[in-house]
Write a protein that binds this ligand. Structure first.
Ligand code: ADP
Ligand code: F6P
Length: 331
């Protein structure tokens, strides 16, 4: 393999830049040329790519986002879109592609392998930590720290006003950020899509119990994919205040939707080192003609898991951690 390309796709995540840096410099070190593709699969279709040299990826290791930009490309979902992408790869004489992105991006890479026998290899880049074949995705740790910082800050004001706060995290269908953020932040309740059985009545009871026990605040963390969202919980509780005399809460609840701040920021030390190690390994594997899978870190070992296996298995959250959070907040 003499020439490879790298792109970032889907939702950006902190750590994509260190991954691009590691891919580029490892390839150059091995005597291989590197092309950076801008705006993910959309740029591949529009032939928006250029050669990357050593210095092009300098000064980015500490920067959030992605210097290659990212996009969601509906055209790449069609066979004709992928055909165009492939023509451009071939026109540049590119023999292999490194894709950094989430599970959707991995599906796209799978199609290039399956339909066109084109060598691709994926790095897990998403804050959602929802990809099988790696213990952690690149960006999840930084996002988790952002969530935790937000919880800590909200607790300060919640305590001062003796209020209950509902905090909504991102994660699409994954409850990872909510579960781990809630656990580390000492939330009174955590609602996640993987355990969808918490009712609004139970949430109300958690809040009542907290204040009955003399707590000065109550924080409920909700994942965006959970059946009850933060706004719905806030509206329900605020409608009760003043109307239900058994509900002796003289405060109103506030919902905070953390949103896209979770995707930004300088990557944590964990994400930088994970991205660096996985980026380097992806190139080494590609150059040894190993491809068609996700490069991940499992039990501290770098692994290559075939796409079919990654796509066949949902990432499973540790249910024990959920139980633990309930035990710790039940005093
Ligand atoms: P993420 O990679 O963060 O999960 P998306 O799910 O939006 O983000 O996927 C990113 C891009 O990957 C999509 O815009 C599309 O171009 C491509 N993609 C996703 N799913 C498929 C698929 N089944 N077939 C081909 N391409 C896909
Ligand atoms: O996959 C990353 C993610 O941030 C999810 O957590 C969230 O559901 C989604 O992307 C939001 O996407 P957008 O930025 O397109 O609104």
């Amino acid at each position: 393999m003499r020439r490879i390309a790298v792109l970032t796709s889907g939702g950006d995540s902190p750590g994509m830049n260190p991954a691009i840096r590691a891919v580029t410099r490892t390839a150059l070190h091995s005597g291989c040329e590197v092309y950076g593709v801008f705006r993910g699969y959309a740029g591949l279709i529009q032939n928006d790519m250029r050669r990357l040299e050593y210095k092009d990826v300098g000064g980015i290791i500490q920067r959030g986002g992605t210097m290659l930009l990212t996009a969601r490309s509906p055209e790449f979902m069609t066979p004709s879109g992928r055909e165009k992408a492939l023509e451009n790869l071939r026109w540049h004489g590119i023999d292999g592609l490194v894709v950094i992105g989430g599970d959707g991006s991995l599906r796209g890479a799978t199609k290039l392998e399956e339909e066109h026998d084109f060598p691709t290899i994926c790095l897990p880049g998403t804050i959602d930590n929802d990809i099988y074949g790696t213990d952690m995705t690149i960006g999840a740790d930084t996002a988790l720290n952002t969530v935790l910082e937000a919880i800590d800050k909200i607790k300060d004001t919640a305590s001062s006003h003796q209020r209950a706060f509902i905090i909504e995290t991102m994660g699409r269908r994954s409850g990872y950020l909510a579960l781990m953020g809630g656990l580390a932040g000492g939330a009174e309740a955590i609602l996640i899509p993987e355990i969808p059985d918490t009712t609004i009545e139970e949430v109300v009871e958690v809040i009542r119990r907290s204040f009955r026990k003399g707590k000065t605040n109550c924080v409920i963390v909700v994942a965006e994919g959970a059946p009850l969202n933060a706004q719905a919980i806030q509206d329900h509780i605020n409608a009760m205040v003043g109307e239900d005399t058994t509900f002796n809460l003289n405060f109103r609840t506030r919902a905070t939707i953390l949103g896209h701040i979770q995707r930004g920021g300088s990557p944590s030390a964990f994400d930088r080192t994970l991205a660096t190690r996985l980026g380097c390994a992806a190139v080494e594997m590609l150059l040894c003609n190993k491809h068609g899978g996700l490069v991940g870190m499992q039990s501290r070992k770098i692994t290559l898991t075939p796409y079919a296996e990654v796509l066949a298995h949902p990432k499973v959250l540790d249910a024990k951690l959920y139980e633990l959070s309930k035990i710790l907040d039940r005093y």
